[in-house]
Design a protein around this ligand. Structure first.
Ligand code: ACO
Length: 367
């Protein structure tokens, strides 16, 4: 019997502090008019001191688990997609695992730039479908404000901080995360990068003097690439699922620039209303942008159980991809019993073996 990976809970976290375009115009040579007309962004959220990628991720995950009615100890795997981990290592996912008290969960970070959430969702869903795990937390979380050069008007107006999380769970009932297409072209690596902090250009006084600890971007080239792949990846994933564009009720695009999404809408011959949008209020939150847009749409009743939707993203790497989902909704899905019973029996077996070893030890010691 086939197994499916359903999205049964979703959560979000955004910092309280709002930074408007007018606020930015006081820091760099820009204007509300320029930012709004070139990008569609009006404001973004900025993490407070003491707020990190892991704390935003934990808040989003807590809300998603609560909605799903899943206890942290039921989670088998936590994947955090991020470009702004708390540290190079340990993984931010491990910090989230500890903060949640998800004692049974494996945890790792995934770096695929702004396409990270699409990649993470694909991997977690495929592990569920293969029977390796039952329940996963997939999180996109960023504190981009910490790697943005606040003196560079080309980039600092674009980004914001946020997190979004999905709970995935196995079920026999068809639906959930159905299929994905994942792509990369590393020949475009220099179009968008953070040059230092890695091992090629370790942190040094020289690197800091050149402001290499901040994001660098060739906006025009990234724009050109993005408009091309948003269209192609959406078409490709729909075809791979055996559907047509007419079957798709909504598209959740990576929220980088409204003009990129308008170009995709035109190429796909879909009205802008079909696209879930919130970049006007949050800017580009990278891996968090898609789950955050879906979160708001789901909470507003804009997306409904049974509908097909496409999540499509692009970013540094260059990396891009799309995932096709059939929305489930926060309702209990019948969990496939086989794996769960198998695991329970294995657990009881391990307790019995431990108890026997303990008793044998006491007998040998004469206790
Ligand atoms: N305010 C005022 N003027 C500005 C600003 C600003 N904030 N930023 C740039 N300009 C100026 C430029 O200096 C340039 O001036 P010049 O002609 O005198 O040199 C002029 O505006 C036009 O610059 P362009 O780069 O041609 O502007 P464009 O219309 O392409 O818009 C933008 C720039 C918004 C960055 C656009 O190219 C874009 O959105 N690119 C995609 C970026 C993106 O999606 N990045 C995220 C990828 S996801 C990830 O992995 C993180």
């Amino acid at each position: 019997m086939s197994r499916y990976a359903h999205i049964i809970g979703w959560g979000h976290a955004v910092p309280d502090q709002v930074l408007t375009n007018d606020d930015l115009a006081q820091r760099v040579d820009t204007s509300d008019e320029w930012i709004r007309t070139r990008t569609g962004i009006r404001e973004r959220r900025i993490a407070a001191p003491g707020e990190y990628t892991s704390t935003l991720a934990t808040r989003a995950a807590t809300e998603a688990l609560r909605m799903a009615g899943v206890h942290p100890r039921e989670v088998d795997l936590i994947v955090v997609a991020t470009n702004t981990p708390d540290y190079i290592f340990p993984a931010t996912a491990a910090l989230v695992q500890d903060a949640l008290g998800a004692g049974r969960a494996g945890a790792f970070d995934l770096q695929a730039a702004c396409t990270g959430f699409v990649y993470a969702l694909t991997i977690a869903a495929d592990m569920i479908k293969a029977g390796g795990i039952d329940t996963a937390l997939v999180i996109g979380a960023e504190t981009l404000s910490r790697i943005v050069d606040w003196e560079d008007r080309n980039t600092c107006v674009l980004f914001g901080d946020a997190a979004g999380a999905f709970v995935l769970q196995a079920a026999d009932e068809p639906g959930g995360v159905l299929t994905s297409v994942l792509h990369a072209d590393g020949s475009g690596a220099e179009l968008l990068m953070l040059p230092t902090c890695g091992t090629r250009n370790p942190v040094s006084h020289k690197a800091l003097d050149q402001r290499m600890q901040y994001m660098k971007m060739n906006g025009r080239e990234v724009f050109r690439f993005a408009t091309r792949v948003m269209n192609s990846a959406t078409r490709e994933v729909v075809e791979k699922a055996g559907l047509t564009l007419d079957d798709i009720a909504w598209i959740a695009p990576h929220q980088a620039n409204r003009r990129i999404i308008e170009a995709a809408a035109k190429a796909l011959k879909r009205p802008m209303d079909d696209f879930l949008l919130n970049l006007d209020r949050y800017g580009n939150t990278s891996t968090a942008s898609i789950p955050l847009a879906i979160y708001e749409a789901a909470q507003a009743g804009r997306i409904q159980p049974g509908q097909y939707g496409v999540l499509v993203a692009f970013g540094a790497g260059l990396i891009w991809g799309a995932t096709l989902v059939q929305w489930t909704g926060p309702r209990p899905v019948a969990k496939p019993p086989r794996v769960r019973w198998h695991r329970r029996l294995a657990q009881v077996g391990s307790w019995l073996r431990r108890a026997r070893r303990h008793l044998e030890g006491r007998l040998v010691r004469g206790g």
